[in-house]
Design a binder for this molecule. Sequence first.
Ligand code: KG4
Ligand code: ZN
Length: 339
Amino acid sequence: MPVYILGIESSCDDTSAAVLRNTCMLSNVVANQQVHNDFGGVVPELASRAHQQNIIPVIDKALKEAKVQKEQLSAIAFTRGPGLLGSLLVGTSFAKAMALGLNIPLIDVNHMQAHILSHFILRKASNNPIPHFPFLCLTVSGGHTQIVMIKDYFDMAIIGRTIDDAAGEAFDKAAKILGLGYPGGPLVDKLAVAGNPLAFKFSKPSITGLDYSFSGLKTSFLYFVRDRLKENPGFIDEHLSDLCASMQSSIIHVLMDKLIKASEQTGIKEVAIAGGVSANSGLRNAITAMQSKAGWNTYIPEFQFTTDNAAMIAVAGYFKFLKGEFTSQSVTPYSRGGM
Ligand code: KG4
Ligand code: ZN
């Protein structure tokens, strides 16, 4: 009998609901919140209010698009953490109430595990390849930068992580210094296309092992731009694409360096990327190039699965459903960790 899972994601500023039949995606609805644009970042209080407004219409739309009645659902999976507590509470409370009302199991999902498991979502149209265990995943978002070794769906070990900022923050900070909007990653990516990645050099971190650091690179970029502006107030406008291309290439260089080391150390050549920054065209190209350079099998998510979405929550929920791993009505969200 097919399993129908409704996934609910509300960890940050996207309200999302999705319906899966086993691992096959039937719908994935995302409502982006525009209320934060004027503030240069996500305002937690505004985010939870917007989730409250969005959650019913988003779930309704996801069920309709999937052509699934709520009575057909086998279970409800929701993001328990990490994320903004006020935002997580909206999804968690709604999931609890709906599961109770329908008398079906409730499944809690870790957001970071779900980003990785998004590679197992089956797409009818594309017949997409699925990673084989064990594989490595570079999970890069606005809040996380991790190299994870995945031995099984829920047997994951973080073998490298950032000791300060996330890669997404480095993109967003660079965009802010250049006077671009928020989130900055997509804007830097777009402008970088026309620029020269070798135009400017910024200091690279010299941290040992598989861990990352981005704060030095961020500061080096800030001081470089500040010093050039003193000499020439038009510096940013005259060199915008080159600045974006050079910063993007520095971030990617740092990311790839440790990922290559991780592959060499573990001997694993199945390599995936996930999270918001995995939408970056330069990073996608760099990973793909490793197929011919080092014989990697690479897994690059569709754009709709790079940013926060409920299909990844539903697929993680499906694998927990198969193991009978349900949670209780007394479950509470967590803002950090959990993996
Ligand atoms: O996973 P995500 O949607 O949310 C978090 O859980 O943080 O990631 C958001 C991050 C932001 O820092 C954003 O600037 C970055 O992903 N991002 C990108 C691109 N698209 C989104 N960074 C670089 N290039 C992109 N194309
Ligand atoms: Zn995320």
